[in-house]
Design a protein. Structure first.
Lengths: 113, 115
């Protein structure tokens, strides 16, 4: 069983739609949860970061973590064509001195005008 | 924007050649990483370093080697390239010693094709 599962999509939505991206995980030691955004021919960049359970909002983006279900989500409101990218979830356990990240496969999102 | 650079961005090379993928960062980060990324697949950690003269292999078995002689420089070498090495290679760095956000900053990647 993979540590992190993520539906690769692709996901195609019209501009203005609400997008929901999800990951599940199996390791209960994961405490830090991240979403990275990767544009075509670029490296990933950190978009959202959450520690333990709960919600975090940043503009049009909301990250949710449900540790009891081992499930994390990223919501994008009022999606824009500029949001078209691959979204990678990543996780880390508290005891990692390396800061080792475990990534999902990424979900490819296209927002069409 | 992160100050981490990778060269070359694209490389097409024949089987058996020796290649070195360059990675440099100007942020003074101690920790650096190499990942392999294939389309639709997870990023796999292939090498990491805690600092100068520290290198370790990651989870994914790799025939590549790395060195860390200077803080800012973390090159990856393939002694004899094979078609199975065709992939995208991403370099990353981070600052904090495993605490808090510990954000990893990624370079743009090198897309390697071995013919």
């Amino acid at each position: 069983q993979k540590e992190v599962e993520q539906d690769p999509g692709p996901l195609s939505v019209p501009e203005g739609a609400i997008v929901s991206l999800n990951c599940t995980y199996s390791n209960s030691a994961f405490q830090y949860f991240m979403w990275y955004r990767q544009y075509s021919r670029k490296g990933p960049e950190l978009l959202m970061y959450t520690y333990s359970s709960g919600n975090k909002e940043d503009g049009r983006f909301t990250a949710q973590v449900d540790k009891s279900s081992k499930y994390i989500s990223l919501f994008i409101r009022d999606s824009q064509p500029s949001d078209s990218a691959t979204y990678l979830c990543a996780m880390k356990d508290r005891g990692s001195t390396l800061g080792r990240l475990y990534f999902g496969r990424g979900t490819q999102l296209t927002v069409w005008p | 924007e992160a100050d981490i650079y990778q060269t070359p961005r694209y490389l097409v090379i024949g089987t058996g050649k020796k290649i070195t993928l360059e990675c440099s960062q100007t942020m003074g980060h101690d920790k650096m990483y190499w990942y392999q990324q294939d389309p639709g697949m997870e990023l796999h950690l292939i090498h990491y370093s805690y600092g100068v003269n520290s290198t370790e292999k990651g989870d994914l078995s790799s025939e590549s080697t790395v060195s860390r002689i200077r803080t800012e420089h973390f090159p990856l070498t393939l002694e004899s390239a094979r078609p199975s090495h065709t992939s995208q290679y991403l370099c990353a760095s981070s600052e904090f010693p495993g605490q808090g956000t510990d954000e990893q900053y990624f370079g743009p990647g090198t897309r390697l094709t071995v013919t």
